[in-house]
Design a binder for this molecule. Structure first.
Ligand SMILES: [Fe+2]
Ligand SMILES: [Fe+2]
Length: 193
């Protein structure tokens, strides 16, 4: 799926379902971080008009997802907890190239975003297929489709704006790295946990 090297064990969905308040809190903050990431990409690369427009739409959509999640939290009588640390994303961040040319950092930032979209999409798929709660299963199916589109947008911009990066080669490195990394996860009621 989306080139991912390792698919999530569906049993992770049981862990997630066992603590909906926690998974929903973590999920809400994932959406906020996705919006913030799109906004910083816009701020740092404003010379690309199409990127500014498409990532503005994504930032709005991510905040719309955030709103949907906090609405579900409220409807169910849960409380939105404080922002959760995302160790998985922290590890991906370390893999991101920061010492190359401006273009290399830009392209790697896009691939970092595509990577998170791909795994989030896969995790939403696992939830949509395995969660017993019908309303949530439907919700996660819709979000899965949306995050798959974001994945495509980030990857396409990387291919469009590369100057000195072999995007296919670098994307393969990302997929290999993530395939190893994800083996340590799948045990917690967090979207990337
Ligand atoms: Fe989202
Ligand atoms: Fe997204």
């Amino acid at each position: 799926m989306l080139g991912l090297k390792l698919l999530t064990d569906p049993r992770w969905a049981n862990i997630a379902s066992s603590n909906l308040e926690e998974i929903l809190t973590d999920h809400a903050w994932c959406e906020q971080k996705a919006a913030s990431n799109a906004i910083s990409l816009i701020t740092q690369n404003s010379e690309h008009e199409d990127l500014v427009h498409e990532l503005t739409a994504i930032a709005i959509e991510e905040m719309d997802h955030f709103k949907m999640v906090i609405d579900i939290i409220k409807e169910r009588g849960y409380t939105l907890g404080r922002e959760r640390k995302d160790d998985y994303v922290g590890q991906l961040m370390k893999f991101m190239k920061k010492d190359g040319s401006r273009n290399q950092s830009f392209i790697d930032r896009l691939l970092f975003a595509a990577m998170i979209e791909a795994r989030s999409c896969e995790r939403f798929r696992v939830l949509s297929k395995n969660i017993k709660d019908e309303a949530l299963a439907k919700f996660y199916h819709e979000l899965m489709v949306s995050e798959a589109n974001h994945y495509t947008t980030f990857l396409n911009f990387a291919r469009k704006y590369t100057v000195d990066v072999d995007v296919d080669k670098r994307w393969k490195e990302w997929l290999d790295f993530e395939g190893e990394l994800i083996q340590s996860y799948g045990k917690k009621e967090h979207i990337h946990g």
